[in-house]
Design a protein around this ligand. Structure first.
Ligand SMILES: Cc1cc2nc3c(=O)[nH]c(=O)nc-3n(C[C@H](O)[C@H](O)[C@H](O)COP(=O)(O)O)c2cc1C
Length: 428
């Protein structure tokens, strides 16, 4: 049995990735911002929910498919955008897109990929979306949108939580910065990771391929260029502008506040991705699963609400869907799969998820995704969305968080009507 087929969980794939990659590359994909509080809570906050199964509802087959923007996906999980995937496996973006296609789902290409928009479209099959940031140079954003449209990408994702780069302290400690600060131990580490090193040596130079021009092509100058042109003044005006030039489904990624969700609907956005960038940007931001329920309630089914951050088991997917998400995305897990075994590793990661989801549904007596709602879940702890098992859901749309402790949130709630009606800040 080869390595990836023997992996039975994301944790095993993660350990395989850790073994194969030099430490600074592994830390780059695994780490988060500052103290990594948000990265950790993204995962652990799923534990606040417990399944309330109904085993005697058993069925012989379960439907895991969903409909998203007029397309049927075999799995309610998409591969999220991750820059520099080609650093963990040669042309990793192509490998991951193929694995997504084989599993009947979507690959979301990052702006910062090591292959360019056109090459990925030509060299992989299946449905792809494109993700961009907002840059001071709006011409660049426009050219990305046009290139993605011409190359057949179905949806455009604007990531809104990247106005500046988060402070990723593992990268600082490892000298994995621009310009890089090589350390002696990196040399030994590279020797430990000889198979990775050889595979990289056989690959065309790693770069951010979408930005390459005659004047600028190496990763260091491109990395600095991209960081310099990020636009902290991005606003709803820019969302309107990008909306107006992109004809297909248009999503915002990085929505955590219900008020932001409400405004997104007003501004003609077709879908939301509840996300904190996997805890790589604003440390201390609310975990994605905790931010999800009030946003779902506010949106009320008008557009799909997707979520990423901390999905490590199929049971996490089932919980997110029961809370009202349309689908989930995975970031790090696809990179762990890629590092462990390229396309086969990403396929294995998706297969683990699919088996997990199916097993949870079977053990709980639910026919499929369509059966899931908040009555499937109970909760532990002092925060909970309304409408869960054992809660009659009265006033669900008015008061989602049930605690009566107003001490932390009162001032904030008074200042923000939506926050007040959604009780988002109760218990901090
Ligand atoms: C190495 C790495 C690179 C990423 N690059 C991007 C990016 O280019 N654009 C973006 O919107 N999100 C990016 N993300 C964030 C992911 O899209 C996603 O929000 C996050 O990884 C989800 O959390 P998870 O890793 O726990 O699944 C990146 C994440 C990682 C780990």
């Amino acid at each position: 049995m080869n390595r990836v087929t023997s992996a039975y969980s994301f944790d095993v794939l993660r350990r395989q990735a850790q073994k194969r990659l030099p430490r600074m590359v592994f830390d780059f994909i695994d780490g988060g911002a500052e103290d990594e509080v948000t990265r950790v809570r993204n995962e652990s906050d799923f534990d606040a929910f417990e399944f309330v199964p109904q085993p005697l509802n058993g069925t012989s087959t379960r439907d895991l498919s969903i409909e998203l923007f007029g397309h049927r996906l075999e799995l309610p999980v998409l591969i999220g955008p991750t820059g520099l995937a080609g650093m963990v496996w040669p042309r990793g973006e192509v490998a991951a897109a193929e694995a997504a296609h084989d599993a009947g789902t979507v690959y979301v290409m990052s702006h910062g990929s090591t292959v360019n928009i056109e090459d990925l479209a030509n060299q992989s099959t299946g449905q792809k979306w494109f993700q961009t940031f907002m840059y001071r140079d709006r011409g660049l954003v426009k050219s990305f949108a046009e290139r993605a449209k011409n190359a057949g990408y179905k949806a455009l994702v604007l990531t809104i939580d990247n106005q500046v780069l988060g402070q990723r302290e593992r990268d600082l400690a490892n000298g994995f910065v621009i310009p890089p600060k090589p350390r002696l131990r990196h040399g030994f580490d590279m020797i430990r990771c000889l198979p990775w090193l050889l595979s990289m040596a056989r690959t065309p130079k790693i770069t951010m391929a979408n930005y390459v021009t005659d004047e600028r092509s190496d990763i260091l100058s491109l990395g600095k260029y991209v960081a310099d042109i990020l636009d902290p003044t991005m606003s709803w005006r820019d969302v309107d502008w990008l909306r107006s030039i992109w004809p297909g489904p248009f999503l915002l990624k990085g929505v955590l506040h219900p008020e932001e969700a409400r405004l997104a609907l007003e501004h003609g956005v077709d879908g939301l991705i509840v996300s904190n960038h996997g805890g790589r940007q604003l440390d201390g931001a609310i975990s994605s699963i905790r931010a999800l329920p009030p946003i779902v309630d506010l949106v009320g089914g008008r557009v799909p609400v997707l979520i990423d951050g901390g999905i490590r088991r199929g049971s996490d997917v089932v919980k997110a869907l029961a809370l009202g998400a349309t689908a989930c995305l995975v970031g790090r897990p696809q990179l762990f799969g890629l590092a462990a075994g390229g396309q086969a590793g990403v396929s294995r990661m998706l297969e683990i998820l699919k088996n997990d989801i199916d097993r949870v549904l079977t053990l709980s007596g639910w026919d499929g995704i369509g059966d899931l709602d908040r009555r499937c879940l109970s909760h532990r702890g002092d925060w909970r969305p309304r409408g869960l098992h054992g809660d009659n859901g009265d006033n669900a749309s008015e008061r989602l968080f049930a605690s009566q402790d107003d001490s932390v949130g009162r001032d904030v709630q008074a200042a923000m009507p939506v926050a007040r009606s959604y009780g988002l800040w109760r218990n901090g």
